[in-house]
Design a protein around this ligand. Structure first.
Ligand code: ATP
Ligand code: MG
Ligand code: FE
Length: 344
């Protein structure tokens, strides 16, 4: 089936077009530069930008794919989770398309779509698989038995998301917004064992209660204290070393817990997804350590990890090919949609 997917949960207006598992177009318009001076995404600004970008981005995707809207078999859209006003723009646009073209609508979960996108690069998802979902608002370990109906959390962050930690530490280091890509670049010239930052929820006692959970707010505080101490002593801050050591601490915890979860659940495939999955150190470390213990790893290319419409189209395509019932035309934009609710 030819599926058009729309993504507007945060600051990217994404329109993707797929045929089955084949990616035909992935058009993204980002309002990130409009949020830069505020140091974070401003919801009202994001909604307005989605409204302006929606029609041109749909047109661009159709041109790239060499299709017209009449060729499309189904419309998929991120129903949630995300910013309420931003989601509404995508959901309203998708409903209008579905109604006017008389095609089925699939209101899908943004987080499940971050996992499903890998099928566009590596073919059908291995099921069951263990998904390590790390993004700007979420950090979870998910057991995926069926990407359209069976996504169950084994654990999640108890405070900050991994991407949030990257963004906050980047701000401490004066690296700007969004912080993840900036830390990734800066860390390349730093020493990752220069500073021994804490690995959250990995002590024997924490593991009893939080074996598959994450915590990154203590790490962020540790970085802030370390920088303050240097400045108080009148010493310069070795920005690249701090970035590399922080990144190492995040990747180490994520990889350790993902491998522990896969092994203990008897799952032999890990799929990495979400914006932080674009991180070069996390990708390399996961592949290296997983291979060592015989666990297979699937990591989408960086451009598919951050928010885009192709991931929504990919999950929509699975909904169609597995015969799931389409969504009603009055579905809401669900800002707090849980990951277990894959389809409205
Ligand atoms: P969610 O998916 O939880 O709703 P979101 O959609 O806002 O949140 P994504 O676009 O999936 O988030 O991911 C954005 C996050 O990924 C940001 O926090 C950003 O800093 C981080 N990120 C992007 N690239 C990298 C990178 N190379 N290294 C580390 N973090 C990165
Ligand atoms: Mg974004
Ligand atoms: Fe996302």
């Amino acid at each position: 089936p030819l599926v058009l997917g729309i993504e507007t949960s945060c600051d990217e207006t994404g329109v993707g077009i797929v045929r089955g598992n084949t990616l035909l177009a992935d058009a993204v318009a980002s309002s990130v530069t409009e949020h830069e001076r505020f140091g974070g995404v401003v919801p009202e600004v994001a909604s307005r930008a989605h409204l302006e970008a929606m029609v041109p981005t749909i047109q661009r995707a159709c041109e790239t794919a060499g299709v017209t809207l009449k060729d499309v078999d189904a419309i998929a859209v991120t129903a949630g989770p995300g910013l309420a006003g931003a989601l509404l723009v995508g959901v309203a646009s998708a409903k209008a398309l579905a109604l006017s073209l008389d095609k089925p609508l699939y209101g899908v979960n943004h987080l499940a779509a971050h996992v499903a996108v890998d099928q566009l690069q590596h073919g059908p998802l291995p099921e069951p698989c263990l998904a390590l979902l790390v993004s700007g608002g979420h950090s979870s370990l998910l057991r995926v038995t069926d990407i359209t109906t069976g996504v169950d959390p084994l654990g999640a962050t108890i405070d900050d998301a991994a991407g949030e930690a990257f963004d906050k530490v980047a701000r401490l280091l004066g690296l700007g917004f969004p912080g993840g890509p900036a830390i990734d670049r800066t860390a390349a010239s730093g020493n990752s064992v220069a500073i021994d930052f804490p690995r959250g929820l990995t002590s024997r006692k924490d593991i009893e209660r939080h074996r598959f959970d994450f915590s990154f707010s203590g790490l962020k505080t540790a970085v802030a204290r370390w920088i303050e101490a240097r400045e108080r002593a009148g010493e310069s801050v070795p920005v690249a070393d701090v970035a590399a050591s922080f990144q190492e601490a995040v990747a180490d915890v994520l990889v350790r817990k993902a491998l522990d979860a896969a092994t203990s659940e008897g799952i032999d495939s890990i799929v990495l997804g979400g914006g932080v999955a674009a991180n070069s150190r996390l990708r390399a470390m996961l592949e290296e350590r997983a291979t060592a213990v015989g666990v297979r790893v699937r990591v989408p290319r960086p451009g598919l990890c951050t928010d885009n419409g192709a991931m929504v189209a990919a999950l929509g395509s699975e909904m169609v090919s597995r015969g799931r019932a389409p969504s009603a035309l009055d579905i809401p934009a669900d800002s707090s949609q849980p990951v277990t609710h894959v389809l409205w």
